[in-house]
Design a protein around this ligand. Structure first.
Ligand SMILES: Nc1nc2c(ncn2[C@@H]2O[C@H](COP(=O)(O)OP(=O)(O)OP(=O)(O)O)[C@@H](O)[C@H]2O)c(=O)[nH]1
Ligand SMILES: [Mg+2]
Length: 609
């Protein structure tokens, strides 16, 4: 039975086509009729994944091919979700490494491959998107081979199979001269080249929980690989947690994956990926063990977070109006609950009872959490992202660095060099090819905070940037943050066209007329570096107005709507983003103008002294 199983994870850089390839495998892994009228990228099942077109959480599925069962884990490619990939690699025996037929290996390709190789996994390399006009598969294969070698692959790992695919059409071939008509070549290669799981079905039970899922009816499920033994419904088991402590529990139901469903099974044996229900407090990293022989498996370790933000109770004058949950207790509960599944996240209490420090792998990792919470009905405020410094016992300070790869049209070469320079980026490489310039930089993570937006603006949306955590190094010294001067509301009220027309002469408005504002709220970006207070609720004076409809005559330039991601990038250390289910607002930490000025003066005086 074990011989018929293959457990594989699909790993790659963002957008190289992992989820699309899983669609193809599901459609052609024929047994499961339920998949016939599947939507595209069916594994990207949560709302945020569909809206953003990216995978955020790793997910399991399974297909069958010629009597074999293939368990598949789809993983995210964005570097902020690298923790998700690390989390699931222990569930599988091998990986499909997808590489784009034009781009070749990218920073996240290196990261995920290094993690897979370190676990001793073998890979099948899938060169995907061979239908792209400028596809260059031979070059990509060479680059991929070099990458394996650089990452210290063993002889066996270096001897990887190569499949050429067009995930979107659902075709694959081993030989570019003979285009495929379906995914047979890939299925066959998985069966031939991926090892069957090892593990002894007759040894005491050991199942390592790598994922959780929920449903309203059965509650929490634990998902993981059965390393040894067998598991049955209604079985009494022991749980050894991440700290090595054990407790007793009972499994209610046991399932395996079949396509997009899970099906109940009376016995599941070593080698399979199982789903168990009935243990309400089951966590990632728990080992489900034989009651008589509880031996925990070495648990899941994940790279440290590098970026953090303060989450606090909403203190704006509008607090309590738009959210369902807003108290410190609710916020705390929700954040700590997140740790059960989001294993690359950290939550720390602070001296202030209503503020928590939430640390993650990057701005997007944290932004996704914020967006999820706001959709669940939470309202709160968050501070600007900051990097996490380390200090050793001798007081030596270090900070996280990233490796950045940038591709821009030649015209933008100068802008990139200038912007990266300002941010203490060190150029490692620069290549010209086909009208584009390719840069490699190493830069403190600090320099990248808030950079994406500037970069896209500077390259008119055409630049491509990808980043990869490169480790902690020497603190790079102070860095002049691009200081935003903001336009600030001076009073509580509703904005008027007249008030906003004055504001737009000074900069760019973030809000339109008829919007509720309060003193100290950011309503736009000043053209100059300092903040500027404006009364945006002001009515035009009646005395110099002929018609009572004077406001209607004012034509405002359409304002720039600030999304959550952009708001997080925009705010400075003395500012906050107010997040509610209905609105994203930006504000000064100190709302009162007099108090704020006094505080600013105090800080400048302190700096002078
Ligand atoms: N031309 C072409 N486009 C493809 C192919 N496979 C996928 N794509 C497109 O590439 C884009 C990204 O596909 P996804 O499947 O979401 O990529 P992914 O690797 O799962 O992305 P993340 O999960 O966010 O890392 C989509 O627009 C797909 O339609 C292919 O074979 N050829
Ligand atoms: Mg995906």
């Amino acid at each position: 039975m074990q011989d018929q199983i293959r457990n594989v994870a699909i790993i790659a850089h963002v957008d190289h086509g992992k989820t699309t390839l899983v669609d193809g495998l599901l459609r052609q892994g024929n047994v499961f009729r339920a998949n016939q009228d599947m939507t595209d990228r069916v594994m990207d099942s949560n709302d945020l994944e569909r809206e953003r077109g990216i995978t955020i959480v790793s997910k399991n599925t399974a297909v069958s091919y010629k009597g074999h069962k293939i368990n598949i884990v789809d993983t995210p490619g964005h570097s902020d979700f690298g923790g998700e990939v690390e989390r699931v690699l222990g569930m599988v025996d091998g990986v499909l490494l997808l590489v784009d037929a034009v781009d070749g290996p990218m920073p996240q390709t290196r990261f995920v491959l290094s993690k897979a190789l370190a676990r001793g996994h073998r890979a099948v390399v899938v060169i995907n998107k061979i239908d792209r006009a400028d596809s260059r598969p031979d070059w990509v294969v060479d680059q991929t081979f070099d990458l394996f070698a650089q990452l210290g692959a063993t002889e066996e790992q270096l001897d990887f199979a190569i499949v050429y695919a067009c995930a979107r059409q659902g075709t694959a071939t081993l030989d570019l001269a003979k285009p495929g008509t379906d995914l047979t070549a890939l299925f066959e290669t998985i069966i031939d080249r991926m090892p069957a799981p090892i593990g002894n079905p007759d040894a005491p039970l050991q199942m390592l929980i790598s994922s959780l899922s929920y449903d309203d009816y059965r509650g929490r499920f634990g998902i993981g690989r059965l390393h040894n033994g067998r598991i049955h419904p209604n079985e009494s088991i022991a749980i050894v947690d991440r700290e090595g402590k054990s407790r007793l529990a009972r499994v209610v139901s046991t399932f395996v994956f079949e396509g997009l469903k899970k099906t109940e099974q009376e016995e599941i044996a070593a080698g399979e990926i199982a789903i168990i229900s009935g243990i309400p407090d089951i966590s990632i990293g728990d080992t489900i063990c034989d009651r008589e022989n509880p031996v925990g498996l070495s648990s899941i370790s994940v790279d440290e977070p590098t970026v953090r933000m303060a989450f606090g109770v909403n203190t704006s004058p509008l607090s309590g109006r738009e959210g369902q949950y807003g108290t410190s207790r609710k916020l705390r509960e929700r954040l700590f609950k997140e740790l059960e599944t989001n294993i690359a996240l950290r939550v720390d209490e602070t001296d202030a009872a209503d503020t928590y420090l939430v640390s993650g792998r990057g701005e997007l990792h944290l932004a996704i959490l914020i967006e999820t919470m706001r959709r669940e009905g939470y309202e709160f405020q968050v501070g600007a992202p900051e990097v996490i410094f380390h200090e050793d016992e001798n007081g030596h300070k270090s900070e996280p660095y990233e490796k950045v790869e940038i591709e821009v049209a030649e015209d933008y070469q100068g802008v990139v060099v200038e912007q990266m320079g300002q941010r203490k980026g060190e150029m490692q490489d620069m290549r010209l090819a086909g009208g584009s310039v390719y840069f490699t930089y190493v830069i403190p993570t600090r320099g990248l905070l808030g950079f994406r937006n500037d970069f896209l603006t500077a390259t008119r949306g055409t630049g491509v940037i990808s980043t990869l955590f490169d480790g902690y190094r020497e603190f790079a010294g102070s860095m002049g943050r691009n200081s935003n001067g903001s336009l600030l509301a001076t009073e509580f009220g509703t904005t008027t066209p007249f008030g906003l027309s004055n504001a737009e002469e000074r900069g760019i408005n973030f809000i339109g007329a008829g919007t509720q504002v309060y003193e100290g709220m950011i309503i736009g970006k000043n053209n100059r570096d300092e903040d500027l207070e404006m009364n945006v609720c002001k009515q035009k004076q009646l005395s110099n107005m002929r018609s009572s409809n004077a406001d209607l005559a004012i034509r405002l330039t359409p304002h720039t709507e600030m999304s959550l991601d952009r708001a997080i990038e925009y705010i400075g250390p003395d500012e906050l983003v107010e997040v509610t289910p209905l609105n994203i607002r930006m504000r000064k930490k100190i709302l009162d103008m007099t108090q704020r000025k006094r505080d600013e003066r105090r800080i400048t005086d302190m700096a002078k002294a």
